[in-house]
Design a protein around this ligand. Structure first.
Ligand SMILES: *Cc1c(COP(=O)(O)O)cnc(C)c1O
Length: 228
């Protein structure tokens, strides 16, 4: 047991709860993804013992070592970082949810490996809403075409959309980005796509993201401290 980690988890959960209440939303509709990139296996085990069970990694190889060593079927593993096609096979073998689908090519490859694995791979489409922050992500104007094409892939299930907001000192500045992702999701739902999830919000801006409708917050630093 790690008391400092335990306290941080408690604090983040309280903050998620407060943000949900302010937004008149249910806390149970918001999933906390503990981002464990660079975090040791021992710390992940501590987090698990403190009640966390959904973990996010951003690199396939780093995640592989951890997932195979920890080997706990009650953990839900999410890939939140960019995925190259040559790592797609491994990603399908390791992850419950992949947040970073950003091209038709990648979707095709994932669908093929999922079929080989006899699995329906849950994915989110990563959307690029600003020029500066992220290199990766689909442009707004291409989302609907991609959603349409993926809906025909039998071994992929699109749960929703993911985005990374630019960094702002004041998290209220990130709200327009979160609001835009939600608008895109709502439009897609209006067109018949079943998209529940909005993966948005990190340590610095998760409260604003929850206000704007986030269903999955990805928090690293707030739980495990600054990364080296
Ligand atoms: C690292 C990372 C996070 C977590 O960032 P923190 O600021 O440490 O909470 C969330 N999402 C993605 C895609 C990341 O790479």
């Amino acid at each position: 047991m790690d008391t400092k980690l335990f306290e941080r988890i408690k604090k983040i959960n309280q903050e998620i709860n407060c943000a949900a209440i302010k937004a008149r939303r249910k806390t149970s509709d918001i999933k906390l993804i503990a981002v464990t990139k660079t975090v040791s296996i021992e710390q992940i085990q501590n987090a698990l013992n403190s009640g966390l069970h959904v973990f996010g990694e951003n690199r396939v190889q780093e995640a592989k070592d951890k997932i195979l060593k920890i080997k706990n079927p009650s953990i839900e593993w999410h890939l939140i970082g960019h995925l190259q096609s040559n790592k797609a096979k491994l990603a399908v073998e390791l992850f419950d949810v992949i947040h970073s689908v950003d091209s038709l090519e990648l979707a095709k490859v994932l669908n093929r490996y999922a079929e080989t694995n006899g699995k329906v791979q849950k994915v989110l489409l990563q959307v690029k809403l600003s020029e500066e922050t992220t290199k990766h992500g689909i442009k707004k104007e291409n989302i609907f075409t991609l959603l349409d094409l993926i809906s025909n892939m039998k071994n992929l299930k699109t749960l929703g959309l993911m985005t990374i907001s630019p960094y702002f000192e004041n998290q209220d500045m990130a709200r327009p980005y979160f609001r835009e992702l939600k608008n895109i999701r709502d439009t897609a739902v209006g067109e018949g796509f079943k998209l529940q999830e909005l993966s948005m919000g990190m340590t610095n801006d998760f409260e604003a993201a929850i206000q704007e409708g986030s269903t999955m917050v990805r928090i690293g630093t707030g739980l495990f401290g600054e990364r080296k």
